[in-house]
Design a protein around this ligand. Sequence first.
Ligand SMILES: Cc1cc2nc3c(=O)[nH]c(=O)nc-3n(C[C@H](O)[C@H](O)[C@H](O)COP(=O)(O)O)c2cc1C
Length: 175
Amino acid sequence: MAFLLFSCSLRDSSRSQVMVEALRTELEGAGHEVEYLDLREAGLPLCNGDDCYDHPATKALRVSVAAADGIIFAVPVYNFYASAAAKNIVELGGSTFEGKVVGFICAAGGRNSYMSVMSLANSLMLDFRCHILPRYVYASKESFSDGKLADPEISGRISEMAHEIVRVSQALAAS
Ligand SMILES: Cc1cc2nc3c(=O)[nH]c(=O)nc-3n(C[C@H](O)[C@H](O)[C@H](O)COP(=O)(O)O)c2cc1C
């Protein structure tokens, strides 16, 4: 199976990036094809609903999304929502998200923002009929020590997510 992982934080010491890299290791270790897109390096334009779609980075993004069986957004929670950089991916990718399996890994400052990805999940479901993984990963800064994940429960959830995205993507591909 082919998976596309978006690391949506633009921050140097990103906790969502640490988590999505752990997921990447699990998926690659299980023999899956993984494309990893770090938004700090992707050079994507902000969506303007117009010539942003002619930008080479947007075209490459759309090819990657179309080719993926399953997609993970690793997102920072900002203002009780996924970060604007994550939403920009959906705006640029548009209909290439049609029918994709999508999951979320969230990094937050506190424990109370766990519903923050739901608006983006709803938009992907309603606009593009995405299959949203009901199990997602949410970690606050207490789960990290010296920039590393230090919480076995979150590590376990990342492993469960690796298993779940494969299971759901394979089932849909076979149907
Ligand atoms: C502009 C801004 C808004 C934020 N809003 C929230 C929030 O609503 N809830 C929360 O728990 N943390 C919030 N945070 C904290 C971040 O979610 C936290 O620092 C997280 O680790 C960021 O992800 P990253 O480490 O992958 O960059 C906010 C941080 C910033 C900079």
